[in-house]
Design a binder for this molecule. Structure first.
Ligand SMILES: Nc1nc2c(ncn2[C@@H]2O[C@H](COP(=O)(O)OP(=O)(O)OP(=O)(O)O)[C@@H](O)[C@H]2O)c(=O)[nH]1
Ligand SMILES: [Mg+2]
Length: 220
């Protein structure tokens, strides 16, 4: 991943050439070895490796793309270590996050059982400024492995019971559904912005003299 320093302002609107730019901090969380780093790497760099290298603490990567002709999105993806020895650090990593992908390994049932713990930890530590939960998507990763051990009915039931808006089977190896899952989160984050305005955003301008713009809507 890149060596750039993370920006603390997780949600920035830039006005440049009439285009609005949002910087969103997304979390990628879940048990050890479920494929968080592989998903982030696949999404941001288009690469996959089967070598396992444990994440220490947290890492992050950025992907920038045009959402529509008027809106540019920079996603800062925080890849948080799954090892429990780093668990006490999550509050710091979660700060300013506006959405999260919860990941489990569809071939290891224990990682699905842990999702509840990750979800509760997240919801306890992160809320939107109005107290609402941040949008969450559940990723059943490694769907390229034959014979998944977690039945889809169970995943769907869990999401319904725990108010998780969507879930996807994904594969970092085969690049399955990662883009669509991220788009789901972006769409939901933008929706909260449209509903609530961008009152909590920090506005920057490319030149200090540019007049202030109305930023209540980000898609047209
Ligand atoms: N077959 C398959 N293997 C995968 C997939 N995603 C990740 N892996 C492999 O699973 C292992 C663990 O992946 P990581 O991305 O390092 O896991 P992690 O969740 O970041 O683990 P921690 O950093 O320890 O929390 C690696 O050997 C990956 O190559 C996938 O979609 N399919
Ligand atoms: Mg990792």
């Amino acid at each position: 991943m890149n060596g750039r320093k993370p920006r603390r302002d997780s949600d920035v609107v830039l006005s440049k050439f009439g285009q609005k730019e949002f910087l969103f901090k997304f979390l990628v969380i879940g048990d050890i070895g479920v494929g968080k780093t592989a998903l982030v790497r696949r999404y941001t760099e288009g690469k996959f490796t089967s070598n396992y290298k444990i994440t220490i603490g947290a890492d992050f990567a950025i992907k920038t793309f045009d959402w529509d002709p008027h809106t540019r999105i920079s996603l800062q993806l925080w890849d948080v270590a799954g090892h429990e020895r780093f668990g006490y650090m999550t509050r710091g990593y979660y700060k300013y996050a506006v959405a999260a992908a919860l990941v489990f390994d569809i071939s290891r049932v224990s990682t699905f059982q842990s999702i509840k713990k990750w979800l509760f930890d997240l919801r306890e530590k992160v809320t939107l400024p109005d107290g609402a939960n941040i949008p969450v998507v559940l990723l059943a990763n490694k769907c390229d492995i034959p014979c998944p051990v977690v039945p889809t009915e169970q995943i769907a039931k869990f999401c319904k019971e725990n108010n998780i808006g969507a879930w996807f089977v994904t594969s970092a190896k085969e690049n399955t559904n990662i883009d669509v899952a991220m788009r789901y989160l972006v769409e939901n984050v933008l929706k909260t912005k449209i509903d609530g305005g961008v009152r909590d955003s920090i506005r920057l301008r490319d030149k200090p003299t540019i007049r202030e713009e109305t930023t209540t809507c980000c898609r047209s």
